[in-house]
Each structure stands twice: as structure tokens, then as C-alpha cells.
Design a protein around this ligand. Structure first.
Ligand code: BG6
Length: 509
């Protein structure tokens, strides 16, 4: 059968064509925060530099500061110069700067929101933003309700006549199932679910999206991607940084809520889900939700989980303080900076395969990876001494840094005896592709402006993720404190014991 020829330059469905956002603007609440300066503003510039924003794009900042448009423009300029991924080009900057506005006000100030509505309307006329606006809430969740209500009151939340209005919210999406539900109700009261974009920046990472390509574009891996061949899966997100300067957000929250509930459970979902019918957002979400529905903590929790808190130590040749000495943390804080849990996925594909998730601050190295560790061969026709150094086959998806994929398998050591030892085969992004990967926020911001929701967890996924984690956190609160571990190590001893009990051990990336 011959396929009808379609000219890719004319076919809007051709996904190889750059996707350029139509007429629109972005309003950011919380423009004085770190996220805004380090990630959002640079990402907007990078998109403009790559020609992916509409010519009349508008960026509005909303904050308490007594700034004129020019002051805000300078802030954006400095942030772009300091943090953008792509080179600074005067012409691109000038075009972007023409669409920059600032609205001063507090969240409870009706006048400020009326003023915002007027600014947005003027932009529609002056810049041709067409009534299409996204509102990015880079603010504490406690301020979501008031801002949502204000947007509704000022007539900014409802789409009409084919125009769109979208809201972008940053985690934390609550601190447990109950608060997540309340938050979803508040947001959904004002914005319909299809207009809500919840950011989990891990989903914006190239290496994370590549999990789906690796699994579903190849014949090689999927036949062995199941309990018949896989012994266990380790998902690690290790950071070397400490929590200095983040007490306000982190104390009382801890590692499990900060990154397991969102980033690591999303990585699990992509690793364990069934093949979606298509890459249509709805099909993807169905499969992700299905696998999260089947995911549960494996007990007993005193044996299958571990948590820790870093104490002072040495890192990169520098002496660093423990959490309890970091500014702003209660001196008797029981907030965990390390968390490890065991999850099971109750499906035919994964029955009996433990998924070990761990994360921590001030660990030996910054590394995020997913290691699929395979069962040993059922029979080894070698002398025992020939295979002493042979481990288990593993496929390691290196999310960051050093992005790529490693396959570990046994190979004969050159020589006159049959000695077998582990070797690795590597794919590295830096070697295989010439272009550098976009930053996660570039991809996600563009998707918001395009109205493409695939990479955004919906309310069901968020609520289900809390349902998985809540019993573990509750158990921890009732039972003791996190175990201290020195900065620069790989976490508390109880985490090693947790795996040793089943005859396994953590990888040392
Ligand atoms: C954030 C967490 O979501 O992710 C931080 O709140 C963490 O605690 C950060 O440091 C890590 O992001 P990345 O992209 O550097 O791995």
C-alpha cells in the first residue's frame, strides 16, 4: 500500500515543524522570586530567541514593588543576561522589551486587579495579544485562592469568543490528599480543568520525555520490561546542595513531599505505565493514572522506608553546616532531608517487583537516574570463580547531569581464561546530538502558550500521588525522628539496611 504524499511544510500535524505560539501574553505573579528570575524570565527570552513566541508577545509582571515598566524591564534584562541558555542578542531583547509591562499591587487590592485587566486589554489593542492570556502563579499556595478570586472578579479568568485564559500553578499542590483536593476545588472553581496547567518541571526535561521514546519506539526493551525479567527498579534523585535559604518553604515539608510526591512518582509512572493508544494528552493521562492507581507502598513501613536529616560534614572540600544549623530551621526540626520508600505496582506486568525511590540533599553527588535492574540469568555455565565480579544486568536512564542511557552487561575479560565481568555501553546526548537540550521551563512555558497539556499532571494524578504517599508520611510522624547522616555521604544507614534486607543494594552512581 502506498501512502498519500503530504508536504510536511503544509501539514499542520507534522510534529517536526517548530511549534510557534499564536498571539498571546503571559502575566507572572511573584516576579521578585528566585524561580521567576532564574528560570521563567530566561526561558521566555530563550523562546523569543528561538523564534517560538508570537511577534507581539507581552509579558506582564505583578508585584508589590513600587516599579515602573522600565524598572521591571531592567529586572528581566538582568535575569536574562545572567541565566538565559542561548546567546544574548540585542534585537531579540528589544523586541521582547517592547511588550513588557508592570502592575503594582497586593493580592487583596481590587484596584490593582482592575488595573491589570486594563493593561491586558490595552496590550490586546497595542500588541495584538488577541485576548489570550496565561497567568503564572509563582506564589505560595496560600495565596492561590485570593489571586484566583481576583482574576475571576476582574473578568480575567473566563475565555470568550475563542480567546483563551489559562492558569499555571507551581507545586506544592497541597501537603496531603485533603489539602490537594481543597486546592483543586478552589482553582477549578475559577478555571475549568483544561485551563489549569500544573508544573512538574521534571516532565519538561528531555531525558524524562525520552523514557517514552526508549520504551515505545523500540522493539528491544518492551519484551523484557516486566516482572519476568526485571528484579527491581531504583529511582534516585540525589542532590549535593543543602537547604540554606529555603527554610520558609522546606521546614515541616521535607524530602518526600518536596520531590517524591511529584517528580519521582511521575518518573515511576512513565517507567511503569502501559503503552498509550497514542500520544494524545488524554491517552497518556489515562495510562499514567492507571499505573498510579495500581501503585502502593509496600510494608512493613519500618523496614521498607527510611528517612534522614543531614548533619555537618565535608562536601567538595568545603565544610558545610547541618540542617539544624541552617538559618531559619527550628533547632529541633524533624524535617527529613532524605527519604527512601518501597512501592509496588499491582499489575500483571509488575507484580512482585519493588520500585525503590530515594532522594536526599547534601548527598555525595548530584545525580538523577532510573535504574532498571534485571534478574540474574537462571543458569551460568561457568566456574563460580569466573563470574565472581559479575553483577546484574541494568539499564540506567541518566536523567541528569551527564544525560544519556547506560546498559550494563557481562563480558569476557580478554585473556586465556573465561572470566566474565561487567562492562557498560553508553549513549550520551552530548555525543549523539549536536543541539543542546532546551531547559525544562522553555518547553513547559511554550506548551502552556500552545495549550498542549501532555506534560502537565492533572488533578487526578496529583491527588492519587498524595494518596500513595500519605500513609508513609503519617507513619513517619508517629514513629520517631529522621536518622542523622553526615553531609557528603549517601544517606542514613537505615536506607542501606532497607535494601540489604532483601539481598539488594543501592547503586552508587
Ligand atoms: C524542586 C525542589 O522541585 O526541584 C527542589 O523543590 C529541588 O528542592 C529541585 O532542588 C531540583 O530540580 P533540578 O531540576 O535541579 O533537579
Amino acid at each position: 500500500m502506498t501512502r498519500a504524499f503530504t508536504n510536511p511544510l503544509r501539514d499542520p500535524r507534522d510534529k517536526r515543524l517548530p511549534r510557534i505560539a499564536g498571539p498571546c501574553g503571559l502575566v507572572i505573579f511573584g516576579v521578585t522570586g528566585d524561580l521567576s528570575r532564574k528560570k521563567l524570565m530566561p526561558a521566555i527570552y530563550d523562546l523569543a530567541n528561538r523564534g517560538l513566541l508570537p511577534p507581539g508577545f507581552a509579558l506582564v509582571g505583578f508585584a508589590r514593588r513600587d516599579w515602573a515598566d522600565e524598572d521591571f524591564m531592567q529586572v528581566v534584562h538582568d535575569a536574562v543576561k545572567a541565566h538565559a541558555r542561548t546567546p544574548f542578542r540585542e534585537a531579540v531583547w528589544e523586541r521582547l522589551a517592547e511588550g513588557i509591562r508592570f502592575v503594582q499591587g497586593t493580592f487583596d487590592d481590587d484596584n490593582a486587579f482592575d488595573n491589570l485587566a486594563a493593561v491586558v486589554e490595552r496590550l490586546d489593542n497595542e500588541r495584538g495579544t488577541g485576548g489570550n492570556h496565561a497567568f503564572y502563579l509563582s506564589i505560595p499556595p496560600s495565596a492561590f485562592p485570593v489571586v484566583c478570586k481576583q482574576l475571576a472578579r476582574a473578568g480575567l479568568s473566563q475565555p470568550d469568543n475563542g480567546r483563551w485564559r489559562r492558569v499555571v500553578i507551581e507545586k506544592p499542590f497541597g501537603h496531603d490528599l485533603k489539602s490537594a483536593k481543597e486546592l483543586n476545588e478552589i482553582v477549578n472553581d475559577v478555571f475549568p480543568e483544561e485551563s489549569v496547567f500544573r508544573i512538574d518541571h521534571y516532565l519538561g526535561k528531555e531525558t524524562v520525555q525520552n523514557i517514552l521514546a526508549l520504551r515505545f519506539a523500540n522493539q528491544l526493551f518492551e519484551p523484557i520490561w516486566n516482572a519476568n525479567y526485571v528484579d527491581h527498579v531504583q529511582i534516585t534523585m540525589a542532590e549535593d546542595i543543602g537547604l540554606g535559604g529555603r527554610a520558609g518553604y522546606y521546614d515541616g515539608i521535607g524530602a518526600a513531599r518536596d520531590v517524591i510526591q511529584n517528580h519521582l512518582l511521575q518518573l515511576l509512572a512513565l517507567t511503569a505505565m502501559e503503552e498509550p493508544v497514542s500520544f494524545h494528552p488524554r491517552s497518556l493521562r489515562i495510562e499514567k493514572l492507571k499505573v498510579l492507581e495500581a501503585t502502593k507502598p509496600v510494608g512493613p513501613l519500618n523496614e521498607t522506608t527510611a528517612r534522614g536529616q543531614y548533619t555537618g560534614g565535608w562536601q567538595g572540600g568545603q565544610k558545610v553546616p547541618g540542617l539544624l544549623e541552617e538559618e531559619g530551621f527550628a533547632t529541633d526540626s524533624t524535617t527529613e532531608t532524605y527519604a527512601a520508600i518501597t512501592l509496588g505496582v499491582d499489575t500483571r506486568r509488575w507484580a512482585g517487583v519493588p520500585f525503590y525511590l530515594r532522594t536526599g540533599k547534601r548527598l555525595g553527588r548530584r545525580v538523577t537516574e532510573i535504574a532498571v535492574v534485571f534478574k540474574r540469568a537462571p543458569h551460568l555455565p561457568f566456574d563460580d570463580t569466573s563470574t565472581e565480579e559479575l553483577g546484574q544486568n541494568a539499564l540506567v536512564i541518566r536523567v541528569q547531569p551527564d544525560e544519556g542511557i547506560t546498559l550494563r552487561f557481562g563480558s569476557k575479560v580478554p585473556g586465556t581464561t573465561m572470566e566474565v565481568r561487567d562492562v557498560s555501553m553508553d549513549f550520551a546526548y552530548g555525543h549523539a546530538f549536536t543541539e543542546s537540550s532546551p531547559e525544562a521551563y522553555e518547553r513547559l512555558l511554550l506548551d502552556v502558550l500552545l495549550g498542549e497539556p501532555s506534560l502537565f499532571p492533572n488533578s487526578n494524578e496529583v491527588e492519587r500521588s498524595w494518596e500513595i504517599l500519605d500513609p508513609v508520611i503519617e507513619y513517619w510522624h508517629k514513629h520517631g525522628k529522621p536518622e542523622p547522616y553526615p553531609a557528603g555521604t549517601w544517606g542514613p544507614e537505615s536506607a542501606d539496611e532497607m535494601l540489604a534486607r532483601t539481598g539488594r543494594h543501592w547503586r552508587r552512581p
